[in-house]
Design a protein around this ligand. Structure first.
Ligand SMILES: CC(C)(COP(=O)(O)OP(=O)(O)OC[C@H]1O[C@@H](n2cnc3c(N)ncnc32)[C@H](O)[C@@H]1OP(=O)(O)O)[C@@H](O)C(=O)NCCC(=O)NCCS
Length: 190
């Protein structure tokens, strides 16, 4: 039987069971990031995630396979609320004043697919729905991600946009560099 995936686009999720399932999918999706990511990729705890899910200032895209939540994308055009994902709202306002003022600038605070469901094409379906929303609302979108983990992410989003007939142009914003130093006479750090 063919796998059936669906993407649910809603502005409010108030069902505690669904909110908990989304939280579990979010937490599980980033379980492998401790091996690769200097920045903690988990910016919500269950309480703040549940608040965001019930908050209409965030758009929610919930990816389900066979009626189980396997992925989520949440984004907001309230840049004070986007700060939870460590972005600088003042920078974004200065850089894109018109889009921000008009509520057409969205920041993705979470996008993920459970590890066991990754690389099966489900992420593309999730991105397709989000790209469609950005297109329909004549908006633009911004996000941050781990380059160690997902160096291909922007290329993938551009490919999804191209498959829908749109030229998706990147304006790079910054690169936050995480590094470390040690003194060689102390031996190689382990
Ligand atoms: C980003 C993410 C949502 C993609 O979801 P996914 O379900 O794995 O994506 P898909 O299976 O639809 O793959 C889409 C494309 O990306 C490519 N891809 C996916 N994972 C890849 C990997 N680890 N390395 C290289 N390419 C990869 C696939 O090959 C595919 O390309 P194709 O269409 O040319 O074949 C998923 O990897 C994820 O949840 N990552 C962890 C969370 C995260 O880091 N989120 C981003 C920052 S918040």
């Amino acid at each position: 039987m063919a796998t059936k995936e669906t993407v649910l686009h809603v502005t409010e999720i108030n069902d505690p069971a669904l909110a908990h399932e989304i939280w579990e999918a979010y937490k599980g999706s980033f379980a492998d990031t401790d091996k690769m990511c200097a920045q903690d990729q988990i910016c919500y705890d269950e309480k703040t995630m549940t608040q965001a899910l019930s908050d209409p200032d965030y758009q929610k895209f919930v990816l389900k396979v066979e009626d189980h939540v396997v992925g989520i994308c949440i984004l907001t055009n309230n840049l004070m609320k986007a700060r939870i994902a460590y972005c600088n709202d003042r920078f974004l306002r200065r850089k894109f004043p018109k889009y921000v003022e008009e509520g057409r600038f969205w920041y993705v605070t979470a996008i993920c697919v459970l590890p066991e469901a990754q690389q099966k094409g489900f992420g593309v379906e999730l991105l397709r729905s989000v790209c469609q929303f950005i297109f329909d609302t004549k908006s633009m979108v911004s996000y941050d991600y781990s380059f160690n983990k997902n160096p291909w992410l922007t290329g993938l989003i551009q490919k999804v946009g191209a498959s829908l007939g749109w030229n998706v142009v990147e304006i790079p914003l910054d690169k936050q560099c995480y590094t470390s130093l040690y003194y060689s006479h102390n031996g190689l750090p382990s």
